[in-house]
Design a protein around this ligand. Structure first.
Ligand code: CA
Length: 236
């Protein structure tokens, strides 16, 4: 049985500002992460034990228990000693950031931050911890995907993919020639807890085709009637 969640690491977002937590969840899910939330430091420790996240995004200023204290406790417990932690701070003083890292945070990011920068740091840490594949590139036929830089090329021509098309292609490239149903693709690329119509898959497959197939190039996305889609060099 193929593990559909293998490429979707679980992130615990610890944030007491509800609007920011919602925004983070939305953006991180769009980038292919599964997201759990905690609104204070005490809840964070409980949720970590319950859900065993792959990474914790930890706000510095929290009610009940500060981010620093949560980080200390994460490092003190054998089960979570190596859990990747990114500290989120509204303060800009370097001294504070250094204090955060001394407490055991692996990295820190200062508010306001853009999602791209955050996700790049998250992926780097997840690769180091083994929660994301360390393979630096995926390839099939004349397509290459660089997982570090997110550059995708076909015949050395740069392709421009939206985030969903990128993840669809990444998933296909991990399992070349294998046919996936719309439901399997939804679970793997969008996530089990997200409610999307299976039809949505068709829309993104269409976009993916448009993005990767040049006018004289072989269509690498194979449609298998009543079964689903695959990346393949053989047309039906
Ligand atoms: Ca806060």
């Amino acid at each position: 049985m193929l593990d559909m969640t293998a490429t979707r690491p679980l992130v615990l977002v610890v944030e007491d500002e509800a609007a920011l937590a919602t925004m983070l969840r939305y953006n991180l899910e769009k980038q292919g992460f599964r997201v759990e939330e905690a609104a204070d430091g005490q809840e964070a420790l409980t949720r970590i034990a319950e859900t065993q996240p792959d990474l914790v995004l930890l706000d510095w200023m929290l009610p009940a228990l500060s981010g620093l204290e949560v980080c200390r406790q994460i490092r003190r417990r054998p089960a979570t000693r190596d859990l990747p932690v990114i500290m989120v701070t509204a303060r800009t003083e370097d001294q504070d950031a250094v204090r955060g890292l001394n407490t055991g945070a692996d990295d820190y990011i200062t508010k306001p931050f853009n999602t791209e920068a955050l996700v790049a740091r998250m992926r780097a840490l997840l690769r180091r911890s083994g929660a994301l594949p360390t393979k630096s590139a995926l390839a099939f036929h004349d397509i290459t995907m660089d997982l570090a830089t997110h550059r995708v090329t076909r015949n050395a021509r740069a392709l421009h993919l939206g985030p969903t098309e990128f993840r669809l292609l990444e998933f296909f490239l991990q399992h070349p020639r294998r046919v996936f149903s719309r439901e399997e693709l939804l679970d793997a690329v969008w996530g089990k807890d997200i409610h999307v119509e299976p039809r949505t898959v068709d829309v993104h497959i269409r976009r993916l085709r448009k993005a990767i197939n040049g006018p004289d190039e072989l269509d690498l996305v194979r449609t298998v009637r009543a079964a689903g889609y695959a990346i393949d060099t053989e047309a039906v």
